[in-house]
Ligand binder design. Structure first.
Ligand code: NAD
Length: 651
């Protein structure tokens, strides 16, 4: 069957695209559209056209297999020009997603309608690009310029309701899309042809002062990413110099960005995220069906994991130590879900149903029907053994048992369980209902079905699941410990905390290491260091500055003092007392302090990450360098547009 077909239904020519899975703008689709338009124009019996797609979605992007290939005519910008030049009106009938080139095709059509669950967007910035087929020129001539800027610079799609509000579509339709499109066609047959978007004037164009503000705010938000600001410049160019000049400018910038390091990095991570959780050894392994999820411990992590599981549609039971802790767990989940309700992510009805799907209990016997259980109790091997002993006793023999431990040896936890093959690690990140990353830790005895079930669970929760082996800190915390150590060495060698943090922020991290420690609170890691002190090697270099801060009761942001001093608005200020402490420590140790440039600071951090990453790979803890990049970007604030520490330092 052809990828693009034209059928005549009365006075209407229906162009149908069938290019699964996403109806990408492959060469055959582009050529097919042009061919169908020629036929429609040449057929006097056809009065209007409909452009519609088979399958799950409208055109949802470009054909990735054509990336890096020489362009083959007709290229997309020409297809869209051809759509604009048609003599009969064409209606884009959108379902699923109209993304990137897909939305640009729809912008070339004379009308757009969408079903109520459709999403429309220009996500090119996510790959370090700008729209390359007229999106920056046509969109601001259809919707208010500020809305166009917001869509293009955020890369986030809008719902059909929003699209209708801002004028991006002409109608939202209910029921069968093709029927609705045909009905809509009847209403426009007598109208004049709409003016092509390139010939319209921009909607509410900003004045020069407003442009300055828009650009300043976008630059700040972009934190070093080039594409969002380039997109604004392209929009502005098209507005101030006319559509033709705008199209040319857009194309030039698109090509420039396509060859940029940032776009290469963003494309790398885009593909890495999609491939990292695919394990060939699990091909064909059927995961167990999950209906009911048990969560042990309703603290920070447990409540987050319970919330994520509820949102994914599972029944959830939280087991806690006593009634009060049960109530606290339930309240925390309720607070998380109320947040989603307030932000409009769920409605009241769904909120009520989710809360009804949650139960709490102090008796492990209530876990008899759970299909998967995640333990999130205190980080203590004795407590974990106790919990897994009870799980072995009360859970179904094939229920998957997972630990959310940050550092403990899950092989040791599994060893004492009935059926250790079903014990795995599910290492969530805080807040667990928001953070996308999930490290799935395979114990040495983990069986394929339990692993497949864990990955299916991660998918259901909408997480990016990264497989990893058992070691101290798994992938992310282990790399973080390594680079933290080197940051502490730099303090003794001559750098100051705020200087290291500033270099990290300038590099693209949302915050520096020391500000992050202040946010998390310094006393927990202090307690861990004290606990581990007897096991520390004598030859190991140890930086005691964090301990000194705690001894001075500087526990971080929550008590206003840590590596920084916090003002009344909670804003971090470098503290001369801390600087003095750092300098005195170097003197005490006889270290001659030296200057560090920002580049040296970043190089030190990157090589620490790289070295630990190499060790992790050689030990088989991570499957690939990509897995490490995915973890550091999604769990530790590594700037996405740099592609991750392994990509950036690739040899
Ligand atoms: P938390 O102190 O907030 O919560 C622990 C909860 O477990 C408490 O509510 C406690 O009452 C409950 N609990 C303790 N023993 C229990 C038992 N025998 N049966 C039932 N409930 C019991 O701790 P947290 O921060 O949620 O951490 C939990 C686990 O998750 C730890 O292993 C931690 O290392 C790990 N983790 C924490 C984070 C984080 O950022 N906080 C991130 C990843 C992993």
């Amino acid at each position: 069957m052809s990828i693009v077909t034209l059928t005549r239904e009365g006075h209407i020519g229906v162009i149908t695209i069938n290019n699964p899975p996403i109806n990408a703008t492959s060469h055959s689709v582009r050529a097919g559209i042009v061919d169908a338009l020629d036929q429609i124009d040449g057929d006097p019996a056809i009065k209007a056209g409909i452009l519609i797609c088979e399958g799950k979605t409208f055109i949802a992007g470009a054909d990735v297999t054509e990336f890096g290939q020489p362009p083959k005519d007709p290229i997309l910008p020409d297809v869209i020009k051809r759509l604009e030049a048609t003599t009969k009106p064409v209606i884009a009938a959108i379902h699923g997603h109209a993304l990137g080139g897909g939305l640009e095709v729809a912008l070339g059509c004379q009308y757009r309608i969408a079903d109520k669950s459709a999403k429309l967007g220009l996500p090119e910035v996510n790959l370090g690009l700008i729209p390359g087929a007229g999106g920056t020129v046509r969109l601001p001539r259809l919707v208010p310029v500020t809305e166009a800027i917001s869509m293009i610079t955020s890369g986030k799609p809008v719902s059909s309701t929003k699209a209708n509000e801002i004028g991006l579509i002409d109608a939202i339709c209910h029921g069968a899309l093709l029927d609705a499109a045909k009905d809509f066609a009847q209403t426009i047959l007598d109208r004049d042809m709409p003016v092509a978007l390139v010939d319209r004037i921009p909607v509410n164009a900003p004045d020069s002062a407003e442009w300055d503000e828009i650009i300043a705010s976008a630059s700040k938000k972009a934190r070093g990413q080039i594409a969002p600001v380039t997109a604004i410049n392209a929009i502005r160019h098209g507005i101030e110099n006319g559509a033709e000049a705008g199209l040319l400018f857009e194309r030039t910038k698109f090509v420039e960005l396509r060859d940029s390091d940032q776009s290469k990095a963003l494309r790398h991570i885009f593909f890495a995220e999609r491939s990292v959780g695919k394990l060939p050894e699990l091909d064909g392994v059927e995961p167990a069906t999950i209906t009911e999820v048990g969560v042990i411990g309703g603290g920070i992590m447990g409540a987050g994991i319970a919330t994520a599981s509820l949102l994914a549609g599972f029944d959830v039971i939280i087991i806690e130590r006593n009634e009060e802790a049960c109530a606290n767990g339930r309240n925390t989940v309720e607070k998380h879900l109320s947040g989603s309700l307030k932000r409009g992510l769920i409605n009241q009805d769904r909120f009520d149903r989710l809360m009804a799907a949650l139960s709490t209990n102090t008796d492990y016997a209530a876990l008899g029907t759970a299909d998967l259980v995640v333990e999130a109790v205190f980080e203590d091997m004795g407590v974990k053994h106790d919990v897994f002993g009870k799980l072995s006793e009360h859970c179904k023999p094939d229920a998957v048992l997972a630990s959310n431990t940050s550092y403990l040896d899950i092989n040791e936890i599994a060893a004492k369980c009935v059926n250790p093959g079903r014990v795995i690690g599910l290492h969530f990140f805080s807040p667990a209902h928001i953070m996308k990353l999930l490290e799935i830790v395979r114990t040495t005895r983990a069986d394929a079905k339990s692993l497949a079930t864990a990955f299916a669970f991660g998918r259901a929760l909408g997480k990016i699941s990264v497989p990893c082996g058992v070691c101290d800190g798994f992938i992310g915390n282990r790399i973080m410990s390594a680079y933290r150590k080197h940051c502490e060495y730099m303090l003794e060698d001559g750098a100051l905390p705020h200087q290291i943090d500033a270099a990290m922020v300038a590099f693209g991290f949302p915050m520096g290491l020391f500000a992050m420690q202040d946010m998390a609170g310094l006393e927990i890691s202090w307690a861990t260091r004290k606990r581990l002190a007897p096991f520390r090697g004598i030859a190991e270099r140890y930086v005691a500055l964090g301990d000194y801060l705690c001894e001075l009761e500087r526990f971080g942001k929550k008590n206003g003092l840590g590596w920084y001093r916090y003002d009344e608005n909670g804003k971090a200020q470098p503290d001369p007392e801390v600087d003095a402490l750092v300098i005195a420590e170097s003197e005490k140790k006889g270290i001659a302090r030296r200057n560090f440039t920002d580049d040296e600071i970043i190089d030190t951090i990157l090589s620490a990450m790289r070295n630990e990453g190499d060790k992790i790979l050689s030990e088989g803890i991570a499957n690939s360098p990509d897995a490490i990049d995915v973890v550091m970007i999604n769990g530790y604030g590594f700037p996405r547009h740099k592609g991750g520490p392994m990509f950036l330092t690739r040899k």
